[in-house]
Design a protein around this ligand. Structure first.
Ligand code: F6R
Length: 261
């Protein structure tokens, strides 16, 4: 894991967008794994700016979203279909047929999940997987206790996730859909690179457990310790429970020094 600590989430978004831009310039048919939630919004803004101001071309990009609520209309303001259109897809030139978001119904979900996994393989696998992290360490909607080898499937959300997401449903926990379809942890681990973003003190405990704690299904993000190419991008508040902050900062400073030589 490479740990990059920055003063604010704007710098995190800038670094993550530069990683994606550089990969896209090297490989125009890049396959991106995308997340929703408040964390990646600044990243999407930065990528949209690169598209509008510098002509960054997404025309051959394929995307796979991590998750979607089940039993919520696609047009619902809080569906992840709506989120992605609003924050990213409506502002860049990714063709609609290359955008993949898990379905929003429980109908034939087993066949859907198998087809979703097959589509990822057909696209050549995910090159860069963008991830946020729940306060309990979940990634995608792989809740605590998820098999670390899990694949795309339908899941029931924990009370913790329902409570955290109630803010988007008028603070009414009963309005948050209880089930979702999520890419599995095994699926995420097959991405060539993972970018895990987190900001604010509410994520500090989850980040400390994911980065420095034991690998356990009770902290799903902890499996990323075994991923060969994961970059953890966090602000000072999210880093505040890490033991080795100074070492991570020194390592990153040395990397920048080497790059500028
Ligand atoms: C959403 C997702 C979730 C979120 C996590 C953090 O697609 O994969 O794992 O990344 O719940 O959400 P925020 O960013 O809203 O704190």
């Amino acid at each position: 894991m490479e740990i990059i600590i920055q003063p604010s989430h704007y710098q995190l978004a800038a670094i993550a967008s530069e990683i994606i831009r550089d990969a896209l310039l090297r490989k125009p048919n890049l396959v991106l794994g995308l997340a929703t939630g408040s964390t990646p919004i600044a990243l999407y803004k930065a990528l949209v700016r690169m598209h509008k101001e510098n002509g960054l071309d997404f025309s051959r990009v394929t995307t796979f979203n991590l998750d979607e609520y089940v039993d919520i209309p696609r047009e619902h303001p809080q569906s992840y279909h709506t989120f992605m259109a609003k924050h990213f897809f409506d502002h860049v030139n990714i063709s609609v047929e290359n955008q993949h978001i898990p379905q929003n119904t429980a109908e034939n979900h087993e066949a859907f999940c198998t087809a979703f996994e097959e589509a990822i393989v057909r696209a050549g696998g995910i090159d860069i997987q963008v991830l946020g992290i729940g306060t309990d360490g979940h990634i995608g909607f792989n809740e605590v206790g998820s098999s670390l080898a899990s694949r795309t499937r339908i899941v029931t959300l924990t009370e913790n996730t329902l409570a955290a997401n109630a803010i988007h449903f008028g603070d009414d926990i009963s309005a948050v859909p209880e089930m979702a379809i999520t890419i599995g942890i095994g699926t995420i681990m097959e991405a060539k690179q993972c970018l895990l973003l987190a900001n604010s003190a509410s994520k500090s405990e989850a980040i400390a457990k994911a980065v420095e704690g034991p690998i356990t299904s009770m902290v799903p993000a902890s499996i990323l310790q075994t991923h060969p190419n994961t970059v953890v991008l966090i602000d000072e508040s999210a880093a505040s429970d890490l033991k080795e902050v100074e070492y991570y900062k020194r390592s990153y400073a040395n990397k920048l020094k080497l790059q500028s030589q």
